[in-house]
Design a protein around this ligand. Structure first.
Ligand code: LLP
Length: 431
């Protein structure tokens, strides 16, 4: 199995975190997102353990909630001592409503609106990561009008090619996020930020991309950022005290994926940071990390009901399910690959090769192509694995499909944490 929390019981049913997925599908309906709470918590602790072992705990893990944002997720990560990275007023609102302390929230966004900035300032968000010069200008005015000094970081493009899908690369120069190092833009931004009377520049941020399988690009980012902080000290006499290295560790989506464990990645970054600090005699900064996928991705799966099978001779066999790009747009967007199995025949060999098609009125609405699967029959329960990140959070109401329910499983017991939308929800904003 892809992750150790997945097992098969004596009935031949797939279980996650000790709960029988076939029973979950019957009780809660499909499509259904199922999250394993213990695995989420273990991942949170895994990150914190590295920071405490390698860096005397001088850091904060801020769960990147864009991966999966709902009130219960903020409660879980908060109870594990993590903060949260939010990237919109909606995520910020959800985090605050769930009781996440504002000072442990990092606010992101390359096009934050004035009302989002105002909300962050009013609630006293711990750090706002500023992306561009007009934002600095607007934030300074908002801070002044609110009578507050706002702690900010600047988002830097460190110029690192992290070898992942083009759409999720963010650290290279041709990116809409942040200030470029190579062109001098970043240095000028530091100077500009340091002059605003109501902004307190505490440090820098970078995020080199997502689903990165290797340690080296991360370590390189650590070195580049410390070099830059050292340069800022010599040019302007400003010693920044915080470094936020973003998220990005990859997970195992298919049996053939071999990502470096996130603990190894964080360890590599921290040792690069420590070495660079030592060689430049620069004080080791407080560090922040923003993992999303590596906290929730492998902890989730999605259950569907098989509605029909279409065999097109000499071409392909479609297995059609009751969800699709409306609950998981990642194949349509990035051709992301997943493992799937028939949950009620999980002990049978995956002897067929199929294309899994969704219910949306769109030919590209697929969960995947050329996927090994047990012989599917109507009303079987199909499980798609490792869907915990960027599935629910990227879901839509396309074709006015109600968004699916999320259940959280803990020690075999399941509870609903996000209700299934109804048709009444679907028309709630219509006039
Ligand atoms: N911090 C920042 C500033 C980010 O932009 C992101 C992700 C993260 C942290 C979390 O990265 P993670 O640890 O989850 O890789 N929708 C795409 C992924 C987009 C990621 C965007 N930013 C997907 O489904 O693969």
């Amino acid at each position: 199995m892809l992750t150790p929390n997945l097992t098969v019981n004596e009935a031949g049913h797939l279980c996650i975190g000790g709960a029988d997925t076939v029973t979950l599908a019957k009780t809660h309906g499909t499509p259904l997102y199922v999250m394993d709470e213990n695995m989420i918590r273990e991942n949170c602790r895994g990150f914190e353990k590295v920071i405490s072992e390698e860096y005397q705990g001088r850091g904060l893990i801020c769960y990147a909630s864009k991966a999966l944002s709902c009130m219960e997720m903020y409660r879980i990560v908060d109870s594990e001592g993590l903060g949260a990275d939010v990237v919109s007023g909606g995520e910020l609102y959800t985090a605050l409503k769930a009781g996440m302390p504002a000072e442990k929230i990092v606010m992101h966004g390359n096009s934050k609106t004035n009302s989002e900035l105002q909300m962050a300032v009013t609630h006293g968000v711990g750090r706002i990561v500023c992306d561009n010069l007009p934002e600095l200008e607007r934030l300074d005015k908002i801070a002044a009008a609110s009578g507050k000094t706002v702690r900010i970081m600047l988002r830097i493009k460190p110029g690192i090619d992290a070898h992942t899908h083009d759409f999720v690369k963010t650290g290279q120069i041709d990116s809409k996020f942040g200030f470029a190092l190579e062109t001098g833009e970043a240095l000028a931004a530091v100077k500009a930020a340091s002059l605003y009377p109501n902004l307190l520049l505490v440090g820098l941020h970078c995020h080199i991309g997502s689903q990165i399988l290797d340690t080296e690009p991360f370590a390189e980012a650590g070195r580049v950022m410390i070099d830059f902080m050292n340069r800022i000290r010599s040019e302007f006499g400003i010693t920044l005290t915080e470094l936020n290295l973003g998220g990005g560790p990859g997970i195992r989506y298919t049996e053939s994926d071999d990502p470096k464990p996130f603990s190894e990645i964080v360890r590599a970054i921290l040792s690069a940071v420590k070495e660079s600090c030592a060689s430049a005699a620069f004080p080791e900064p407080f560090v922040l990390f923003e993992p999303g996928r590596s906290i929730v991705g492998g902890a989730g799966l999605t259950l569907y009901t098989v509605m029909a099978k279409k065999e097109i001779p000499d071409i392909r066999t479609y297995v059609l399910v009751d969800g699709g790009m409306c609950d998981n747009p990642r194949y349509a967007l990035y051709q992301s690959r997943y493992e799937a199995l028939i949950a009620n025949k999980a002990d049978a060999p995956r002897s067929t090769t199929v294309t899994i098609g969704g219910k949306c009125c769109e030919s590209g609405d697929l969960i995947g192509e050329d996927m090994p699967l047990q012989d599917a029959e109507n009303d079987d329960i199909l499980a798609v694995l490792a869907t915990g990140a960027y599935n629910y959070s990227m879901a839509s109401n396309y074709n006015r499909n109600p968004r699916a329910e999320i259940v959280m499983v803990r020690d075999g017991e399941a509870r609903t944490v996000v209700k299934r939308e109804t048709y009444v929800d679907i028309i709630r904003s219509d006039i």
